[in-house]
Design a protein around this ligand. Structure first.
Ligand SMILES: [Fe+2]
Length: 294
């Protein structure tokens, strides 16, 4: 039975989500809220989406797990270190079979405490990892930001070091990485424009990994400054508690046209469609506009 992996990009947010399947079954990693693309892919391949994995709570967009679960009856899984109001917690060593593939959970805290990575093995060929979904722990060309816990700056930077050097790099140079963001994301800086890489390539070329030791890595991370969009806290809240909002019926508040009157609005954008979102200039604005986050 052939195995497929599709990457879905949310332009502007530089968010990457994935649908991986074999036989009649597929899983989705970090779904966005407009879930039609996943459903179309599954339909086209006569597959059922049975599981949804969240690599972490996410702060720059509202995740679509609940919408997708509602549409497919798939089960939602995320790390156990945060108390989510929905889904099921997983921990290191948990594994899930998908045809001949085995998905194994690695706890990789640092960016957030409950961050997980999902290791993919092909049991037809042995026990060596083929790939790993790294969430916001390891990107192509960078690592995740660690500034979400100002009182624990050094501690969480150290956790990220341990997750990357002690776990992800140990998967072996052959392992392909699939992160949750690409270049242009506010979740890191210095990411490569390229969306494909391996552990071995990152080990040798990722600038954030070219450090002498753990302390040097911590010093580097603590000295970084990243943009904190005001809507992050609201997105985190939605992603922890779930939301009943359906993106398909969200309409802008009455004050909104005034707010965006100076934006490069086009005649094609008379309704709120994905095609119209690309005309909005700033990633964080695009992600936040439907929500009264102030
Ligand atoms: Fe993140």
């Amino acid at each position: 039975m052939s195995i497929f992996l599709d990457v879905l990009r949310s332009e502007g947010l530089a968010h990457l989500s994935y649908i991986l399947g074999q036989g009649r079954e597929a899983v989705v990693i970090d779904p966005r809220r407009d879930i039609g693309a996943y459903l179309d892919i599954a339909d086209r391949r006569s597959m059922r989406i049975t599981r949804i994995f969240e690599t972490h709570r996410n702060e720059d967009y509202v995740i679509g797990s609940m919408e997708l679960a509602r549409a497919t009856q798939a089960r939602i899984y995320h790390g156990h270190a945060f108390a989510f109001a929905y889904g099921e917690p997983v921990q290191e060593g948990d594994s899930f079979d998908l045809g001949s593939l085995r998905l194994e959970i690695l706890e990789t805290p640092g960016h957030t405490d409950e961050s997980i990575s999902i290791v993919v093995k092909d049991t037809d060929f042995g026990n060596e990892p083929v790939a790993v979904f790294t969430g916001d722990t390891l990107f192509v060309g960078d690592v995740g930001r660690t500034d979400f816990f100002p009182d624990r700056k050094e501690e969480v930077a150290g956790l990220l070091y341990d997750s990357i050097f002690g776990k992800l790099l140990e998967l072996g140079d052959q392992t392909i990485i699939y992160p949750a963001h690409g270049a242009g994301s506010v979740c890191g800086s210095g990411m490569a424009d390229r969306e494909f890489s391996t552990i071995g390539y990152e080990r040798r070329n990722n600038r954030s990994l070219q450090v002498q030791d753990r302390q040097a890595f911590i010093r580097k991370k603590v000295a970084e400054h990243h943009y904190q969009s005001p809507y992050f806290r609201k997105m985190e809240e939605f992603n922890m508690n779930g939301t009943a909002l359906d993106v398909g019926v969200v309409r802008p508040p009455p004050r909104w046209p005034r707010t965006i009157s100076n934006l490069p609005w086009t005649p094609a954008c008379r309704s709120l469609t994905a095609g119209c979102l690309k005309h909005l200039p700033e990633p964080s604005f695009r992600a936040a506009w439907p929500f009264p986050y102030h």
